[in-house]
Design a binder for this molecule. Structure first.
Ligand code: FES
Length: 156
């Protein structure tokens, strides 16, 4: 398969998640809510998680944003469900490496995540792709807060 075809395949996977987002919505009785926005563009995401015994039992998101940010959120919620927080944070680390153009390891249970690998070539869009993952990191790495308002700063 040529790179062009691969790009085309990845593009269609991204658009499928954008048009048919998985896990869209809010978990009404979830254990954690994280709001995060990217002030440079105004895009925002609300991530709700249901975490039981350190396992992500459920994850949903809602928000407004570009196709990259929304499809990434859709892919992320699929990937982290059923995993421990530690496993999901490891996924986040690998995803960040992928965005930075470093060596990364994507496992099968991370679903369609690799479709976003091409974003690494467009630095301005990396924040789009990492918005949902940053929300997850901020929520699960915080101590006792259950609702966190977060803003991605320019130097992050
Ligand atoms: Fe704002 Fe993508 S353009 S998150």
């Amino acid at each position: 398969m040529s790179f062009n075809n691969l790009d085309q395949l990845y593009r269609s996977v991204i658009m499928d998640h954008y048009k048919n987002p998985r896990n869209k919505g809010v978990i009404e009785d979830g254990s954690m809510t994280i709001d995060m926005n990217n002030p440079t563009c105004g895009d925002r995401i609300r991530l709700t998680l249901d975490i039981v015994d350190d396992v992500v039992k459920n994850a949903k998101f809602e928000g407004e944003g570009c196709s990259i940010s929304m499809s990434s959120a859709s892919m992320m919620t699929e990937a982290i469900k059923g995993h421990t927080i530690e496993e999901a944070l490891k996924m986040s680390d690998e995803f960040t490496k992928m965005m930075l153009g470093e060596d990364y390891e994507i496992t099968e249970d991370m679903g369609d995540i690799e479709a976003l690998s091409g974003v690494a070539k467009f630095p301005a869009r990396i924040k789009c792709a990492t918005l949902a993952w940053k929300a997850f990191e901020r929520g699960t790495k915080s101590s006792d807060e259950t609702t966190i308002e977060e803003v991605i700063t320019d130097n992050e």
